[in-house]
Design a protein around this ligand. Structure first.
Ligand code: HPA
Ligand code: ZN
Length: 336
């Protein structure tokens, strides 16, 4: 099964590029940029990656990205991730980035976007993996700040496929960002949003995201199962869920594989993703292996996650169909 998953053409739709900063690279960049680190070895640092919920994780995540300063830093970060992903036969990725977490520290938007897009372009040429960028707003900051960042992104519109919303969800409902999402839609951005597991008002947040904002996907979103009518509406609309089992386990002590199974059984477009692999200790391959093992999934059921993922990408129909055909060809081949 491990070999089957390794060869399966895969797609990742919930991946924070800042969450791919491995401790080794964090130390290299700290040295390059003269940024002092509280720990002196990779082992010591990794030992601090124990999280009791989303907020404690976010503290460590924002602290880590402080070493990212220059255009080459963002290039190196994204190149390392894309190399790792291509090695796992990930064929296409929609990558989240958090511009405010950088511009707020004085790093120009331009460095972030140019470093990331240069890495994406080189990876397509050199590794055959394709990627596009999703700009996330930090929901624990004011909506006006998100709007200003949205306007700041407009000169770079051609390099950003859509917008998302991340960071601390408590007290920061989707409705807070209704105007930002409306403007983003006007500008032609595609729309997704985190609805993290087990937040206060999780179900109401999913409802707002779907009915009031009109998102096309929900990042995480497993609490939807508490509201069968809402789940039915989401299925009717064909929206996708980007779930992250190892992230769930590390933050909430449970992969939520049973909920992922329930979504799959409902025929929802549920997908498996790595979220922040450098912090949670698993890329897409390991996430799929984990869910497969916990649920005893068949090859065809594992492949369904990738059919779902390619289907809900923000790619043109013909390109989606090309990737979907790769999945079916693989299933029809010797390993499938
Ligand atoms: N949820 C919210 N904010 C985040 C996440 C997440 O899964 N990963 C990085 N920032
Ligand atoms: Zn996430």
């Amino acid at each position: 099964m491990k070999e089957f998953i390794a060869g399966l053409p895969k797609c990742e739709l919930h991946l924070h590029i800042e969450g791919t900063l491995e401790p080794e690279m964090r130390f290299d960049l700290a040295k390059r940029n003269n940024v002092e680190q509280a720990y002196s070895t990779v082992e010591e640092l990794r030992a601090t990656y124990e999280f009791d919920g989303l907020a404690p994780f976010l503290d460590v995540y924002y602290e880590g990205m402080n070493v990212l300063r220059t255009e080459p830093d963002f290039y190196d970060l994204a190149t390392a991730y894309l190399t790792k992903a291509a090695g796992q036969n990930v064929r296409y990725v929609e990558i989240f980035f958090d511009p405010q977490a950088h511009t707020g520290r004085g790093v120009p938007f331009d460095y972030v976007i140019r470093g990331l897009t240069r890495a994406i372009s080189d990876a397509e040429t050199n590794l055959g993996i394709r990627a596009q960028l999703i700009m996330c707003f930090l929901r624990d900051y004011q909506a006006e700040y998100a709007m200003a960042t949205l306007l700041q992104s407009l000169p770079y519109r051609q390099w950003i496929i859509g917008i998302g919303l991340d960071s601390d969800e408590r007290g920061n409902p989707p409705a807070k960002f209704a105007a930002v999402y409306a403007r983003a839609r006007q500008e032609g951005y595609r729309l997704t949003m985190h609805c993290d597991p087990d937040q206060p008002n999780s179900v109401e947040h999913i409802r707002q995201a779907v009915q009031d904002i009109g998102v096309e996907r929900i990042d995480h979103g497993t609490n939807v199962l508490e509201d069968p009518e809402l789940a039915a509406e989401i299925k009717r609309r064909g929206l996708g869920f980007t779930t992250c089992p190892i992230s769930n386990d590390r933050l909430y002590g449970d992969t939520k594989a049973d909920l992922i199974r329930a979504l799959l059984d409902q025929g929802q477009r549920v997908t498996i993703n790595s979220d922040d692999p450098a912090y949670f200790g698993g890329y897409v391959q390991e996430n799929l292996e984990r869910v497969q093992a916990e649920l005893g999934l068949t090859k065809d059921e594992v492949a369904q996650f990738e059919r779902n993922a390619f289907e809900i990408t923000w790619l043109p129909r013909a390109v989606k169909d090309g990737y979907l055909a790769e999945v079916e060809d693989y299933l029809a081949g010797p390993t499938g």
